[in-house]
Design a protein around this ligand. Structure first.
Ligand code: MOS
Length: 734
């Protein structure tokens, strides 16, 4: 099905099942421990061997020697895979550094060996006996120091620079201006399930049970590494314990499991040990951002400039932290710059809302600072500079943009009018109390997505698609879609996901998953409805599917009757035309935060949070809310805790485990409220939905920072806002 004109009324609009807060259909599986994750497919390979990854002990250089004798002689060891003994490997397109390094080492903890043994404990013990000698080379590990050598990135789809009007002149002439720099640190996805894979070879065919967001991207990547045809690789990923962008691409666990299995003739399981994940896989790159805003005295922005710097391995991508500034606020004169330095740290890549998440952490503090300089309420300042068109291409409108409504409703609901605009004035016991807000913004991309649906003689509809559920609720919203389309209760729909033998779906990334994958199921169900109607002798134009039956005029037939002579299977996919080019499809939020700052210790406690989101039709308010409160929690982590500390001498992330890389726990998070504005966007898909999984994170960090400022009068511009940065600057109030 082509989607190139805005949707009109369709069966989804009945909202009998779609749009309802349906419980997760996989919920019972998960809470009873019966949902198999990548390391847990015990039934398919009863006697697997276990691999343990050895990571490089230097950031850059080469392996001079590797002595495997002691490890090979250790109890239970079956095989040690290294680049030297595994034959020539190819390379995929999606990983910058080789997934199995050696003799060259490209980054710290790059995999250089896999010890395969009868048990996990034996593999781990033997891995400690692998004796590697290195020749260390010097590298660049410090973004601030490398910033001046940063270059304009090449080869992207769009120009990373933009100039509209005459920024320099307009900024110089502005009555009120701001020119400040902000920094965000390297961050780690910290999903609960580490990267894990089990590989089984059957002759020249490889099957990998793994934990991966994009099932369709994986076979080609593995095949390229293994120099084999992609159609001989099958990926199975029914349950995924979080990804946040860290599992978009296959990583060393998958390749090494395949190599280990090939060399031992056994099924081999590999899970990256937690202390390896931060340096072996990808992370969100640190940024330095300079923001300049000029405005008239009445608060109209006349000049807005955002420059951002990040670093990556050679051939890596930049963190596009200035991109949202191209679209978020009006302003006649504009300047956007993205610069990329070469660093020898592990590969930087996508983490939940790449670009916008760190970009808004800076921009939305800058907007707060500007409002303060102008003496205008920060809600009003943003609304004054709202735009309903793409500021760089004014003939191109937003398809839907309810940002003002998000802010107005949020302000009302949060009690914003009671906020004292003078910082440091409100006290509650030992806490200084402040309110802050920010705007959340994230685009709503769509991707081609397919599905197969089958109707059987019991009247059960089964959906199969290689879409993934990374904890988001895909199973449930896909079942809701099929139930709505076929006029069935949820109990008559089954959903199978995450298998590369199923039709190719959008996968889970870039918050495109919900809107795109359900639209693919919609397309397949349209076809199933036509086939069923025809089979039952209906004229398909007038047929209604409801209550398990097919109805037209005064004739009603049970849906199951259509499959009396055998299952009906149909397949289709949704392909998106140029609507997303003709208009800007984005999602919006207003984030409101109240903090208390301890007057003696400077500890920041978040006391209340509210997000008001405008993101098209909400397919399931329960799973969508769960996405947003999870994202808001992550935003608190980004504001106050998260930072991969770089050892700038040796080039690695020091705090590479969950004991020292801090994320919020229950006790850190107060009551969170989420409101979804009533919205349908018929230009995005027949579902009229967008995504919320990344929107919920965008801007939260700045709302916390702005609340800290309101509480204390201290303006922090470097994340995370730990108490050491705040303590010395606190006012004398105790
Ligand atoms: Mo997302 S960072 O594309 O999983």
């Amino acid at each position: 099905m082509k989607f190139d004109t805005p949707a009109t009324t369709n069966p989804i609009d009945q909202l009998k099942v779609v749009g309802q807060p349906v419980d997760r259909i996989d919920g019972r599986h998960k809470v009873t421990g019966t949902a198999p994750y990548a390391y847990e497919h015990h039934d398919v390979a009863p006697n697997p061997a276990y691999g343990y990854v050895v990571g490089a002990g230097i950031a850059k250089g080469r392996i001079r020697s590797m002595d495997l004798a002691a490890a090979n002689a250790a109890p239970g060891v079956l095989r040690i895979v290294t680049a030297e003994n595994t034959g020539k490997l190819g390379k995929g397109k999606m990983n910058i550094a080789k997934l199995l390094g050696g003799p060259e080492v490209d980054h710290y903890h790059q995999a250089v060996a896999l010890v395969v043994a009868e048990t996990f404990e034996q593999a781990r013990a033997a891995a400690g006996l692998v004796d590697i000698r290195y020749e260390d080379a010097s590298g660049a590990f410090d973004l601030a120091a490398s910033k001046d050598s940063a270059k304009k990135p090449e080869g992207g789809e769009t120009d990373p620079d933009a100039d509209v009007g005459d920024f320099d002149q307009a900024f110089a002439a502005a009555a009120v201006k701001l020119d400040e720099s902000y920094t965000t640190p390297d961050q780690s996805h910290s999903m609960i399930e580490p990267h894990a894979s089990m590989a089984v070879w059957d002759d020249d065919r490889l099957t990998i049970w793994t934990s991966n967001q994009m099932v369709n991207w994986a076979p080609g990547e593995l095949a390229a590494n293994l120099n084999m045809p992609a159609d001989k690789v099958r990926i199975i990923a029914p349950f995924i314990g979080g990804g946040f962008g860290g599992k978009l691409f296959v990583r060393s666990d998958a390749l090494l499991a395949a190599l280990g299995a090939r060399q031992t003739g056994r099924a081999v399981k590999v899970a990256l040990q937690r202390p390896l994940v931060a340096n072996n896989t990808t992370h969100r790159p640190a940024t330095v951002q300079r923001i300049r805003i000029g405005a008239d005295r009445d608060g109209t922005i006349t000049a807005i400039g955002h420059e951002t710097w990040s670093g990556n391995l050679p051939d890596g991508k930049p963190e596009n932290a200035a991109d949202q500034t191209r679209l978020l606020y009006a302003g006649a004169h504009r300047l956007i710059r993205t610069r990329l330095a070469t660093l020898d740290l592990p590969e930087g890549n996508a983490m939940r809302a790449p670009g916008e998440a760190p970009g808004l952490m800076a921009l939305e503090i800058a907007m707060d600072e500007m409002a303060e300089r102008l003496g205008i309420d920060p809600v009003e300042f943003r609304i004054r500079n709202d735009t309903q068109v793409d500021p760089e291409n004014p003939e191109r409108p937003f398809s839907q943009r309810q940002l003002t409504e998000c802010l107005r409703q949020g302000a009302e609901r949060f009690g914003w009018s009671a906020r004292n605009p003078r910082p440091g004035q409100v006290r509650d016991g030992r806490f200084m109390v402040g309110l802050g807000l920010s705007v959340g913004f994230r685009n709503a991309p769509t991707m081609t997505s397919g599905a197969r649906v089958r109707l059987d003689r019991e009247g059960l509809v089964t959906v199969e698609t290689d879409m993934t559920d990374i904890g988001t609720g895909s199973y449930t919203i896909i079942a809701q879609t099929a139930a709505e389309m076929m006029g069935l209760p949820m109990s008559m729909v089954a959903v199978n996901l995450g298998d590369s033998s199923f039709p190719v779906a959008a996968g889970s990334g870039g918050q495109w998953g919900a809107a795109s994958s359900t639209a693919g199921v919609y397309a397949a169900c349209v076809k199933l409805r036509e086939t069923v109607a025809q089979k039952l002798g209906f004229n398909s134009g007038e047929v209604e599917f409801r209550d398990g039956g097919v109805h037209a005029g005064n004739r009603s037939v049970p849906l199951a009757d259509a499959a009396r002579d055998g299952d009906i299977r149909v397949e289709d996919k949704i392909e998106f035309g140029d609507l997303s080019k003709r208009m800007q499809q984005s999602t919006f939020a207003g984030h409101f935060v109240e903090v208390g700052v301890d007057v003696a210790t400077a500890e920041v406690r978040v006391r209340r949070m509210l997000a008001v989101c405008a993101a098209g039709r909400i397919l399931n308010p329960k799973t969508a809310r769960s996405q947003v409160i999870g994202a808001m929690t992550m935003g608190v982590g980004g504001a106050l805790m998260e930072e991969l500390a770089v050892d700038k001498r040796y080039g690695f992330f020091v705090n590479h485990d969950l004991a020292s890389y801090e994320v919020p726990v229950h006790a850190d998070i107060p009551h969170q409220e989420v409101i979804f504005l009533d919205e349908t966007d018929p230009t995005v898909s027949p579902m009229k939905a967008k995504g919320v999984g990344e929107l919920g994170l965008c801007g939260v960090g700045a709302a916390v920072a702005n609340a800290i400022h309101n509480a204390t009068g201290v303006r922090l511009r470097d994340y995370p806002m730990t108490l050491d940065k705040l303590l010395e600057r606190l006012p004398e109030v105790a």
